[in-house]
Design a protein around this ligand. Structure first.
Ligand code: TZP
Ligand code: MG
Length: 229
């Protein structure tokens, strides 16, 4: 898949902690989410050692490839290189964008987390393929997050990049009760700025009793503009 053709509509970020994954198998959950229509997967695992990361990433990649969906690795350029997946997602404390690009090459997908104007500017100028904008809402999934930006902060960043060709997803506390409002806010009457390309979720899918159904519901919300009555 060419990176220009990646669909960011429903972007699943995995979590391997018992609080979210419980005793389920990560591959079974991701497979169910893909059946439900997830369009992009990021393997995010802050606790496993490198050997286990590579092994799980390989299993996940075999699954995402069957669904023709890209697999990105959180933080770990080395793991992405080892398994030959489609790219990485880096935060502000990880290896910098230009080094990641040098290592991975022009065809890799590189996403960057941004939460303010300066980070957004640097990521756009540095050639990120997409931005993960957040944290939108406070979330137990990432408790030590630096900045909760709210819907207003998200709107400001979307306004700042109105003319940039970069893709965007938002992250942080997104679930079926707020996905439509957040996704479509720029299109509402009086809304300004770039439209989001999608939403990124962890617990709304990884912790759902039925990840396939949860994905299906979220995808419908993200793909169908509300009536703005
Ligand atoms: N980055 C910013 S918030 C977050 C990450 C990885 C976690 C989002 O988790 P959830 O469960 O979708 O709120
Ligand atoms: Mg990181």
């Amino acid at each position: 898949m060419r990176k220009e053709d990646v669909d960011h509509s429903l972007y699943l970020v995995t979590d391997s902690t018992p609080a979210i994954l419980g005793d389920k198998d990560i591959c079974a959950v991701v497979e169910a989410a893909l059946r439900g229509g997830v369009t992009c997967v990021q393997y995010r695992d802050k606790t496993s050692d490198t050997g286990a990361l590579v092994a799980t990433a390989r299993r996940l990649h075999a699954i995402t490839q069957r669904h023709d969906v890209p697999l990105l690795i959180n933080d770990r350029i080395d793991v992405a290189l080892a398994i030959g997946c489609e790219g990485v997602h880096i935060g502000q404390d990880d290896l910098d964008l230009s080094s990641a690009r040098k290592l991975l090459g022009p065809d890799a997908i590189i996403g960057v987390t941004v939460s303010n104007a300066e980070e957004t500017d640097v990521a756009c100028k540095g050639g990120a393929d997409y931005l993960g904008i957040g944290t939108v809402f406070a979330t137990p999934t990432k408790e030590n997050t630096k900045s909760i930006i709210g819907v207003d902060g998200l709107q400001q960043i979307l306004l700042q990049i109105a003319d940039e060709p970069i893709k965007t997803v938002c992250i942080g506390g997104i679930n079926a009760s707020n996905a439509s409002r957040v996704m479509w806010q720029s299109e509402a009457p009086g809304g300004k700025g770039k439209a989001l390309d999608g939403v990124a979720v962890v617990s709304a899918i990884m912790a759902a009793p039925d990840p396939e159904e949860a994905s299906w519901d979220l995808l419908r919300l993200v793909r169908s503009p509300p009536a703005f009555a």
